[in-house]
Design a protein around this ligand. Structure first.
Ligand SMILES: Nc1ncnc2c1ncn2[C@@H]1O[C@H](COP(=O)(O)OP(=O)(O)OP(=O)(O)O)[C@@H](O)[C@H]1O
Length: 325
């Protein structure tokens, strides 16, 4: 599809286009999924004009409309399973982490969310015989927690496990990381990820995994207090739909992390419930609650899956990677 420029949209003059770009609305897609109030503020225009611009953007943007049942069926047949490398964990997930789905890892700090994400970034690159998807990965890193050194350790761990000499440099080349500086930037990076995935679609390693670590940290920091809750949930909702769409279009797994607090939190309510609450819950297809146990052991609990029984698996987080205890 040829790229549509902001100025090409009805009701958008050069000055408005400029203001929109400056406020981070750099693509027609970003405008298509925004709200009139948001756009009006960003471009200094009336809400009714903003609504017209959004309609125009929706008509020209490829934001996904209806699919027929047989199309959905065809797409579902392609659902892949990404191995976690742990037998019990895989079994609990019906074979592995589904593609075309969002899987949320939530838990306290240090519960191993980032470790699981790193391991999946390695495993996705393996051939299907070894539980991979022969793909590459995009990571949206919001808290600067991506560590290439950790990837190297895990690749060395794989070499040990399979008795094959894997080259960690090759694995690192198939991991593309972008830092998200705030929640708006984070949302826009999904558009960039879509573009990148399109470019790589016919390459040797198409993008089969998207990781957002952390999904909620920026939202949590930026939207403080009850008054902004609805706003935050709306943004988060939009973001999650963008992520789901990424998973569908690329037959990719989407992994998001979400920190929960051990201490009661005045702003976000029940400490055992992940922030983002209902919105993440209703949009994420699989929710995994991670808990620390003795030593390097972690308990992974599957909560509220649409087609699998709830269950628990124990894994070990070790230097060479995730292992069966
Ligand atoms: N190289 C390593 N070898 C062994 N264990 C490690 C290694 N690196 C990290 N870990 C383990 O992983 C833990 C950190 O987990 P991780 O960073 O995944 O937590 P998290 O759930 O993402 O936390 P946060 O919410 O703070 O980001 C460490 O406490 C340690 O137990």
């Amino acid at each position: 599809m040829p790229e549509v420029l902001l100025e090409d949209l009805d009701h958008v003059g050069p000055a408005t286009a400029q203001k929109l770009m400056e406020s981070g609305f750099t693509t027609v897609e970003a405008i298509a999924v925004s709200s009139p109030a948001e756009l009006a503020t960003a471009a200094d225009i009336g809400e009714s004009t903003a609504a017209k611009i959004i309609m125009a953007a929706r008509q020209s943007a490829d934001i996904g409309g209806f699919e027929t049942g047989d199309m959905v069926m065809e797409r579902r047949k392609l659902v892949g399973k990404l191995s976690t490398g742990c037998i019990e964990f895989n079994e609990m997930m019906g074979g592995g982490i589904d593609t075309q789905a969002i899987t949320e890892l939530y838990g306290e700090f240090g519960s191993g969310k980032t470790q699981v994400a790193h391991q999946l970034a390695v495993n996705v690159q393996l051939p299907p015989e070894q539980g991979g998807l022969d793909g590459s990965v995009i990571i949206i890193d919001t808290e600067n927690t991506f560590r290439p050194e950790r990837i190297k350790q895990m690749v060395d761990g794989l070499s040990e496990k399979y008795g094959v000499e894997y080259d960690h440099e090759e694995f690192l080349k198939n991991i593309r990381v972008a830092r998200a500086f705030n929640s708006n930037h984070q949302i826009l990076l999904v558009d960039s990820a879509l573009e990148l995935a399109n470019e790589l679609k016919n390459s040797e390693k198409p993008v089969r995994l998207l990781i957002v670590d952390s999904l909620t940290a920026h939202f949590r920091a930026e939207y403080i207090g009850r008054g902004t809750l609805a706003d935050r949930q709306q943004k988060l909702n939009k973001h999650l739909h963008g992520l789901q769409r990424f998973g569908d279009l690329n037959n990719a797994s989407v992994i998001v992390t979400n920190q929960v607090m051990s201490k009661p939190d005045a702003f976000f309510g029940d400490p055992t419930k992940p922030i983002g609450g209902h919105i993440v819950g209703h949009t994420a297809t699989f929710r995994l609650y991670l808990r620390k146990s003795k030593g390097d052991k972690r308990i992974v609990r599957l909560v509220d899956s649409p087609n699998l029984p709830d269950g628990e698996a124990i894994i070990s987080v070790t230097t060479p990677g995730l292992r069966d205890p």
